[in-house]
Design a protein around this ligand. Structure first.
Ligand code: ZN
Length: 369
């Protein structure tokens, strides 16, 4: 797209408030040069891309594990058996997977992200420094914004050994993404959180997924963001809001593992910035249309709130703030949807239409600059 000018007409979901306007958008050298209002017969809908704010892409090597009888209740008993380090199913499979195979599987999932309208993602990458390097290799040649949050391979080792591994993880990653405050020695976790911050890298951690007893500990580490908070109560939400810590929710994952539903409306009400992620590739595809539809139909949220959670809020959790906005001067990161597809034809409100019913086959193209 560089060196070329492109003018696209349609309904543009522009700016921080996601206001739909009828007109055209002019893109030159990958940058939005102009947005103009005018009547158009075009049925294109031009929308910000998705941000998938929490993934475990390494799980791409295990997409269809046995989940018992597929009832959430049954799976919740086996959540640790599936994902808890060091010996949960995914970790055993990852240990047995060759580097080449891991890179290849993750690349397929990254391509799927692009095809389904995602421009940016934040991944919790297992496997220490080599795990980080595998995702960097998988990303080669792909236009996706990424936050790779690695973790030490063997957190049960002495402090100096773990710190030296953290140092190597941080060399080629954006920071650390830890399993949970109850999953390793508290003092060690505190040391590595402090060390990560001193290196000016991000520190993120799962909290309150199955129980709420790790929330306080996680908060004491002053994380850059938390993932899940499924079990957070009002008091927890107030503390998180007061500390200004964003939360990434994973509704489909929480439903599948039977841990319950995150109090998303209460989070927003408390003033917490909320983004969404598809979590483990072993549980869910990375298709954010599916996450969005799930959020819109099972939570008491407005369509606009849901759309923001799945797009712009993800950029701010990633520290990229205005990056995904469709506005003059920004790089063009947008998807063009066919408002005249059999699925979308006749919708009155483009945001409600997209949030409640759009799907990847409605995408005409995705522009990543
Ligand atoms: Zn996770």
């Amino acid at each position: 797209m560089y060196g070329t000018e492109r003018v696209i007409s349609g309904t543009i979901i522009a700016g921080p408030e996601l206001e739909p306007l009828e007109g055209y958008i002019c893109i030159k050298n990958g940058v939005i040069r102009e947005i103009g209002e005018e009547h158009t017969s075009s049925t294109n809908i031009i929308a910000p891309c998705f941000v998938n704010a929490h993934t475990h892409l390494g799980d791409s090597v295990c997409k269809d594990p046995s989940l018992g009888n597929c009832s959430g209740f049954r799976i919740s008993k086996d959540l640790d058996a599936l994902v808890k380090p060091p010996d949960g199913l995914k970790h055993r499979i990852l240990r047995e997977t060759s580097y080449r195979e891991l890179v290849k599987s993750m690349k397929r999932t990254l391509l799927d992200m692009i095809e389904t309208g995602t421009c940016a993602f934040a991944d919790f990458r297992e496997g220490g420094p080599v795990g980080v390097s595998a995702l960097n290799d998988a990303l080669q040649g792909l236009e996706l914004e990424s936050l790779i949050l690695g973790r030490p391979l063997a957190p049960e080792k002495p402090l100096q050994v773990v710190l030296s591994e953290v140092k190597r993880v941080l060399l080629h990653s954006s920071g650390l993404g830890m399993s949970g405050a109850n999953d390793m020695n508290s003092e060690l976790l505190r040391e590595i959180a402090g060390f990560t911050k001193k290196q000016k890298k991000l520190f993120a951690i799962h909290a309150g997924e199955k129980k709420r007893d790790d929330i306080e500990k996680a908060l004491s580490l002053e994380p850059d963001f938390l993932v899940h908070l499924t079990k957070a109560n009002k008091k927890d939400l107030k503390t998180v809001a007061d500390a200004g810590i964003p939360v990434v929710v994973c509704p489909r994952s929480n439903f599948t593992t039977g841990v319950g539903m995150a109090p998303v409306a209460e989070m927003l009400e408390a003033g917490i910035p909320v983004a969404a992620g598809t979590d483990n590739v072993m549980l869910n595809s990375v298709n954010m249309f599916a996450e969005m539809e799930f959020l819109s139909k099972l939570f008491s949220l407005s369509d606009r709130q849901v759309f923001k959670i799945c797009t712009l809020n993800g950029y701010s959790v990633m520290g990229l703030q205005s990056r995904g906005l469709i506005e003059k001067g920004n790089k063009a990161k947008l998807m063009i949807l066919n408002g005249n597809s059999n699925n979308l034809s006749g919708i009155k409100d483009p945001i409600s239409g997209i949030v409640r019913r759009a799907r990847p086959s409605d995408i005409i193209s995705v522009l990543h600059s």
